[in-house]
Design a protein. Sequence first.
Length: 311
Amino acid sequence: MSRAVAQPRWRDVLVDDAVMRVMEAGDPDADPLLFLHGWGLSPRCYADGICRLTAGGVRVIAPCLPGFGGSDGPPLSGIDLPAYAHRVGRLLDVLGVERPVFVAGHSFGGGVGLQLATERPERVRSLTLINSVGGAPGRRTGLVDASWLRWALGAVTELAPREVLRAAPAMLREFVPNALRKPVTLALSARLALTVSLAGQAADLVGSGMPVLFVWGDADRLIAPGELGSVTGSLPAEVVRGRHGWLMTQPEEFAALLRNALVVHAMLERQRRGQAVVLPPGAVLADLLPRERRAATRIPPPGSGRAARSV
């Protein structure tokens, strides 16, 4: 019998001199998953998928990143990924989370998660990057010169018609207050998302042996792999059928992918330690998503001009 879906709990946590708004859900004794949301949003936009994760036995810690969703923002002079990653790492310290955590980040949250894994690898068991920033798309496409508001609205307008009613209201409920409260923070963090290059750091993490999974939506109109494709192009990666916000419009698939990714990452961790690998009942290793939802298994290298391979 499946577990009942537990409603998430919210609280404000004082981290050094700043308040962070945090969503927590699931069994407090289970292995923790740190989920980091996308730019301009908050964990509320992903609540359906998070609740499905916890119903499967996963503990989720999902903070509102600095400047979003009710969390205090960083100083305007310190809007960079190291500052965001430092605040998130300190949150784990303050919460008393002693063991390393699985980390999953969407879009801007992927960049923060990658930075956290780079700066505090002892804190991170594995890393799942979903439609992540870090490929510096703005440096090649001119997006940096475009209005950040136009880029933000693109997150809604890129939704397929059938997805608008499901995802757009929650996205706008989060984005509009963020834009009104901290417009400068929003604009500067958008520029950061569009220009930051993390390919070198991603390659170093992969080389270190940390389990890393790259996930992309095959119809993402906001962020392409870019320079990150030079890393992921030589590795198995999941390319799912969906746009930039697919995990908000397809919460069942989002939860299924993360649940199975955590199983795979835990197995890899045990193998590195020379321990026996025990496969949980019902775990799926060959496919992290149902076959009909997968669009490809490998990302073409940047500039190859090849489309995602359907399977």
